[in-house]
Design a protein around this ligand. Sequence first.
Ligand SMILES: [Zn+2]
Length: 427
Amino acid sequence: MKYAYIHGIILDGSEDMEPQTDKIIFTDGEKIEKITDENENLEGYELVDLAGNYIMPGLINMHAHLPASGKPQKKQTDAAKLVKTLTSNKLTYAVLRQICEGSAKQQLLGGCTTVRAVGGVQHVDSQIRDRIAAGKIVGPRLLSADMAVSVPGGHMAGSLAYEAHDPEEAALYVKDLADHGVDFIKLMITGGVLDAKKKGEPGEMKMTPAEIEAACTAAHERGLYVAAHVESPEGVRAALANGVDSIEHGAEPDEEIIGLFKEKNAFLITTLSPALPYALCDREVTHVNDLEFYNGGVVFRGIIDCSKQCLANGIPVGLGTDAGCPFTPQYNMWRELVCFHRFVGVSNKFALYTATKRNAELAGIENITGTIEPGKAADMIVTVKNPLEDLRALRDLKMITVRGKIIEHPVPKRIKLVEEQLDALDE
Ligand SMILES: [Zn+2]
């Protein structure tokens, strides 16, 4: 289908984007064909009248877990046990795939036309990636790590991550993932807020430097980069020193860590959404215990500080939600931009640039998507209000175009309890 998008105000996703009027975006099948002035001949194109609304690149969520919805549970579930059940036979596996496909769809309905899946069950995520790419189902472009690599007792071990017992085994898991066609490798280097046993130690070291190095070497040999879950300064140090390319989440950096980021050309993916409810929400509702509350605060402040210092030092920073965590549903990427603006102190424009062009560059897909430019995928979202004035404009979308396919009036399945809590924080 060939479309001509008329009467829209274009925000192209670049760092210095300014609203552009009196232009027409022409799409031809999956791609943006050309952008011209308004007097162009429209013959052969179906008109899409944007009626003065804003059109910008689809958002890119750099950090999502598709197996969970983000709906909070009263009690922590035994994830490893649950995954074992879901993968025990074909029928339950089909249910699991349906759950993950549903998550991918919610990401899209929330405005994300590209999603980086940073830890899922077995090879479900890359199977969904391929089904979407082949046009069998509608969803965002997926970049998939499939299972992460962790260690016994480590973060997500046995559920969304393999348990490597030594460096050789870590390298073997990486090799196997590469053979299955993953887009990158995910390591779980430290624990997380929910793993912590002690106050003040949310990011306890789990992988050894030798295991990190073996996994990174095996990945790099196969042309794959390595993203790592890290939530403490010592974890960030060990990750960067041993070959990790992207720090997911982050922690308060010192001079040495900033130096390592630069020396290794590494980047940071900031994820404020999952730490926010631990640190700030009503604990009667979140069921967060004392330890989680305290450590959640440490992680939240560490992520903010890491993001600020990286930006101040010219280190690339991308943005993701960590969707799937409690109170972090799949459709809420817009809230991450709001948090980035509010807590890290960037402008609305910089937040929108980060979630589009910047994220595309960091994911290595800047030639495919991330801006409104000829030759790029027709991945676009339309808002009524100007997000450069208020990022909350991204909450309710008028339209999504994903690889040329138009979805009008997209409405995600919002989780009422979650939205009430998060809206209250936004006041
Ligand atoms: Zn994560």
